[in-house]
Design a protein around this ligand. Sequence first.
Ligand code: NAD
Ligand code: ZN
Length: 341
Amino acid sequence: MKALVKSKPEVGLWMENVPVPEVGPNDVLIRVKKSAICGTDVHIWNWDQWAQKTIPVPMVVGHEFSGEIAEIGSAVTRYHVGERVSGEGHIVCGKCRNCRAGRGHLCRNTLGVGVNRPGSFGEFVCIPESNVVPIPDDISDEIAAIFDPFGNAVHTALSFDLVGEDVLVTGAGPIGIMGALVAKRSGARKVVITDINPHRLDLARKLGINHVVDASKENLADVMKAIGMTEGFDVGLEMSGAAPAFRDMIDKMNNGGKIAILGIAPAGFEIDWNKVIFKMLNLKGIYGREMFETWYKMIAFVQGGLDLSPIITHRIKIDDFRDGFEAMRSGNSGKVVMDWM
Ligand code: NAD
Ligand code: ZN
């Protein structure tokens, strides 16, 4: 089959012919229709330090996808050939304490599709039956293909009660914007989103987020005053991985505020821990999606009318993958979805 492979330990990805993955008894083989590019894939393309120490070469990368079941393993009972599906990209062990307690997202032995095992930038991807998520008929292939990052947004946003709360989202990348939309729909009072990239700020406005702040030009304290906030934010969703954004968030939280942190900082950085202590803040790290509670909620949001399609700014044929990666690397894009059919 055709696949985008990290076949050399250097910058880039290459379209190559590789064997179709072998289908074990409990596996499901999916013919990929759409696959979206994640920031992780850009790290792999760039072959940065994280990628060099994480990705074995050669590796078919990619983990955001939707498609149709092409083949099922001999022990698979829940799904059938032809079903429209997406899939959870974190493969968990099923044996550790958290897995046994039904908290798969906390598995300490998690393996990533397209990171530790072959991924979705191929004509076929193979995952365990337990990772398959059927897609209802009224949800399109391209929306299903961005359920992985949408799930990051939903998992982060719903970490804390949002009803009547003032919410700060730092980082208006695709996940930050989706997180802000989810917060608004979930009953938040004010939702403020920050970024420093004009393209991203425009995208956030286009998606209907009211309070969009350019953190490179505006002072968040002034914005808070202007929109009638007299105290601080109740809930923070950190979606930038940028130290200045996180520090500003800690600064602008109300006492007792709660922060869910999804953004991954490229290098370690310091924060003022005394602010965390004296403000009695509650910090929670977020990785992936809850299995499978987040997926139920995502489907409910989309079926309930949440329109994510404007987040997809580039729709390209797989053979034009270089253009897709270029758009992602420029920062002037939302989600880039590649069409395999
Ligand atoms: P992204 O890189 O597209 O978005 C990050 C945004 O933060 C960018 O638009 C950038 O301009 C903005 N930013 C940079 N400095 C800023 C500042 N000082 N103030 C405000 N905004 C600033 O990433 P994404 O795909 O939307 O993902 C969001 C974050 O979540 C990334 O850090 C990503 O690595 C991380 N992530 C984590 C998980 C997880 O499971 N924990 C999963 C997926 C992504
Ligand atoms: Zn486990």
